[in-house]
Design a protein around this ligand. Structure first.
Ligand code: ZN
Length: 175
């Protein structure tokens, strides 16, 4: 049985195990509000992201997310949303595992992570940043990015300006 066939509760329990590896404490009711996002593709093992949001206001946002081994968050960007808001800027700080992050810029010749084979046409950014526990990186607004965990999965803190998922633009036409 693949993760894509698990119930939300089962996925949340697995995500909690990863949070524990990173010494992140969540209360029982918080575990139940862990969000499981398969981006509507129904292939959670390959493409998805699991997250717990501490706070998201019109001023700032803090969350932690888990990627299962080799799971990929698909390519997207956070565009300007108004005259006074140039778009979401996000800082990732890895707490556990390795994250292969790709942003617009000089492409790496031999990427350490590859998108799922059937989705390869929908990934265009290949400037590689490899983050392990204790490393952080800030992605400017309006910049395409995607990321994948290494073999052990990954837990990452994300500090950002307001998260307005409705505005996000994905490269993949099915998302
Ligand atoms: Zn993003």
């Amino acid at each position: 049985m693949t993760i894509a066939q698990w119930s939300t509760r089962e996925v949340q329990r697995k995500v909690h195990e990863y949070f524990q590896k990173a010494d992140i404490l969540l209360k029982d009711e918080e575990i139940q509000s862990i969000e499981v996002n398969d981006y509507g593709l129904g292939r959670l093992d390959e493409i998805g992201l699991q997250l717990f949001v501490y706070i998201n206001t019109d001023r700032y946002c803090a969350k932690e997310w888990v990627l299962f081994p080799r799971q990929t968050c698909p390519e997207h960007l956070h565009p300007p949303v108004s005259e006074n808001d140039s778009g979401k800027q996000e800082t990732f700080r890895v707490k556990y595992g390795t994250v292969y992050l790709y942003v617009e810029g000089d492409p790496v010749e031999d990427p350490a992570a590859l998108p799922p084979e059937k989705d390869q046409d929908h990934f265009t950014a290949f400037h590689e940043i490899i983050l392990t526990a204790g490393d952080q990186y800030t992605i400017p607004p309006n910049t395409k990015h995607w990321f994948q965990a290494g073999e052990t999965g990954a837990v990452t803190a994300e500090y950002s300006s307001t998260s307005t998922d409705d505005h996000d633009i994905f490269t993949h036409p099915d998302i």
